[in-house]
Design a protein around this ligand. Structure first.
Ligand code: ADP
Ligand code: MG
Length: 242
């Protein structure tokens, strides 16, 4: 069963075409790792999935809802897909607990006490049970990113979108974030992950997609593609990230 389906999706910013007639179908439970040179359209592809960007032509169906449907339907799509960004994007004036409880209260309409209880459980899930009262500025980058993951999970998404979630972190802090992502994958969460972490792609990814110039040029099994990338541009790309 496909949860995301791109049908000849084109996205342009003015005269600049960023996605070119992309066809892509993602099934429930897949862990898709998306790689490609800077500017190839990876972030834009993710942002189209949760309707942060409007597509220019074609159609994109997320859990049975077209992003073209507009209005309240688009809000539904945003609730299907949780997003985690490179720069964490936590609310700086709220504690970790408040950051996570925010979505529970405002998106899912859950009241204060119950929201806090669920938020605490989500913080425990990402290994931060003791950190609920801390402000983002009092947490390490890896901890902040784990709060951001808990916050995204609070809306009970059917799929999770990660845009270079470890790129802003020092190497020694990446592992704790990747570990949380790995657990999510093991629980069966459908995920689309833009990352340069090829070990994660190999060990956790069920599918590897390489984008160039707004097109998907390679799509296959991560282990075999990483072991023997036949595509010369993928080969060259991998030499620079590994
Ligand atoms: P990637 O994530 O692969 O680096 P992006 O999806 O961020 O690529 O960007 C793809 C292309 O789209 C780039 O050339 C970028 O400059 C352009 N682009 C992205 N967002 C916008 C925007 N809001 N307005 C104009 N151009 C944009
Ligand atoms: Mg990007």
């Amino acid at each position: 069963m496909s949860i995301v389906e791109f049908r000849k999706v084109t996205k342009a910013f003015g005269p600049v075409v960023v996605l070119q007639e992309v066809d892509l179908s993602i099934s429930v439970g897949e862990v898709v790792v998306l790689i490609g040179p800077s500017g190839s359209g990876k972030s834009t592809l993710l942002r189209c999935i949760n309707a942060l960007e409007e597509i220019t032509s074609g159609d994109l169906i997320v859990d049975g809802i077209s992003v073209r449907a507009g209005g309240s339907k688009v809000r539904l799509i945003r609730q299907e897909a949780g997003m985690v960004f490179q720069q964490f994007n936590l609310f700086p004036q709220m504690t970790a607990l408040e950051n996570v409880a925010f979505g529970l209260r405002h998106v899912r309409g859950i009241g204060g006490k119950e929201a806090n209880k669920q938020a605490n459980a989500l913080l425990a899930k990402v290994g931060l049970a003791e950190r609920g009262g801390h402000y983002p500025s009092e947490l390490s980058g890896g901890q902040q990113q784990r709060v951001a993951i808990a916050r995204a999970l609070a809306i009970k998404p059917k799929l999770m979108l990660f845009d270079e979630p470890t790129s802003a972190l020092d190497p020694e802090l990446r592992h704790e974030v990747l570990q949380v992502m790995r657990s999510l994958a093991e629980e069966g969460m459908t995920m689309v992950v833009v990352t340069h972490e090829m070990a994660f792609a190999r060990q956790v990814g069920t599918r590897l997609i390489f984008m160039e110039g707004g097109k998907i040029t390679v799509d296959g099994d991560p282990k075999s593609l990483l072991a023997s990338p036949d595509n010369p541009r993928l080969q060259e790309f991998l030499q620079h990230v590994e």
